[in-house]
Design a protein around this ligand. Structure first.
Ligand code: KG4
Ligand code: ZN
Length: 359
């Protein structure tokens, strides 16, 4: 990274990003690739007793949190709304009611300050956020995106315009598997951070299955993932233990489960790098906060001559800075704004970096 890459210049655009696709209300502000504010309000504790995100609760919480979070971001960045050059917002994928709070807020804001509006893909934003920490993403790069709703291997030729899907999960997302297995182990929601924490004291003595890694599966699904078989294997193992009257070694089960997920994620991501002749691997999304995933990707990546780029954990989980980062990349690459006329798309495909304009 050169000195210029990390320095803020007032000639670079000031972009505000809004994220409301799931249970985090995020407002981030960047100038170019420099992060100025990252305000996040989470409704996660309101969902905990239901064991998963309840869409209506999330939407209501976004409504309540939007104005104070916007205010906090402006205060943290030391800017007024009138200073903003462009507004970016998550247009999808995500919970439609939750997305609507963000997109309506962004439309109102962009209209009020008369500035361009970019409706962007949440998944691409998880990749773009890394530019705030590590400078421009070498293109092409391979990105492994692992969150509560998605597991994707991507070839990123241009973060603002050109993302190709190499593979995806055939069933559960990686984060979903963490959350479901945590429940089986009696750990609270969201389960990923809990499993990460308890696994630190565990020993890997159980060998759980690695989905889609057999020779036959690899022929057809080399870069795809499957976690439902693993989840069932863990549930059966725990059930058998409980039936036998012996205590369940929660830390050991968590460590063995985590290893099975992380082993497959890292191997397939590095295989994709080798296949595409790419020497940079970016890992993003909530599960990229996992300490074992970070450590294993770093060590196996080093051995394979692949440079790893992973944002700090706080930028891996949902936030507004990632949306601002992608919006800023679009502005600097001269991508046309979406404008005010667009629809939030709950199943926006990963390859569509920007939402279609209806204007
Ligand atoms: O990206 P994210 O914040 O929201 C979505 O877009 O889904 O990801 C949330 C997911 C949850 O499933 C959560 O359990 C998981 O990321 N997660 C983790 C860790 N921190 C968050 N999974 C494993 N280890 C972690 N440390
Ligand atoms: Zn996410």
């Amino acid at each position: 990274m050169t000195a210029d890459d990390s320095q803020s210049s007032t000639s670079e655009p000031l972009v505000l990003g809004i994220e409301t696709s799931c249970d985090e209300t995020g407002v981030g502000i960047v100038r170019g690739r420099t992060l100025l504010a990252d305000a996040v309000a989470s409704s996660v504790t309101e969902h905990a007793r239901f064991g998963g995100v309840v869409p209506e609760i999330a939407s209501r919480a976004h409504l309540e949190a939007m104005t104070p979070t916007l205010q906090r971001a402006c205060d943290d960045a030391g800017v007024a709304l009138s200073d903003i050059d462009a507004v970016a917002v998550t247009g999808g994928p995500g919970l439609v009611g939750a997305l609507l709070v963000g997109t309506s807020s962004a439309q109102a804001l962009a209209w009020a300050i008369d500035k361009p509006l970019y409706a962007v893909n949440h998944l691409a934003a998880h990749v773009a956020v890394d530019q705030l920490e590590h400078g421009p993403l070498p293109e092409p790069s391979v990105a492994l995106l692992v969150s509560g709703g998605h597991t994707s291997l991507l070839l990123v030729a241009d973060i603002a315009t050109d993302i190709t899907s190499l593979g995806t999960t055939l069933d559960d997302a990686a984060g979903e598997a963490f959350d479901k297995v945590a429940r089986v182990l009696g750990l609270p929601f969201p389960g990923g951070p809990e499993i990460d924490r308890v696994a630190q004291d565990g020993k890997i003595t159980i060998e759980f299955p690695r989905g889609l890694t057999g020779a036959r599966d690899m022929a057809e699904h080399r870069f795809d993932f499957s976690f439902s078989g693993l989840k069932t294997a863990v549930a059966r193992w725990v059930e058998a233990r409980e039936k036998s009257g012996e205590p369940v070694p929660v830390a050991d089960v968590a460590a063995a489960f985590q290893e099975a997920v992380v082993d497959v994620l890292v191997n397939k991501a590095l295989d994709a790098c080798a296949d595409r002749g790419v020497d940079h691997l970016m890992i993003g999304g909530g599960v990229a906060a996992n300490s074992r995933l970070r450590a294993l990707a770093l060590s196996r990546g080093e051995a394979a001559g692949i440079t790893l780029r992973v944002p700090r954990p706080g930028l891996c989980t949902d936030n507004g800075a990632m949306v601002a980062a992608l919006g800023s990349a679009m502005v600097s690459k001269g991508v046309a704004p979406t404008g005010l006329a667009f629809r939030a798309e709950s199943s926006l495909p990963v390859e569509q970096v920007g939402v279609r304009s209806l204007g």
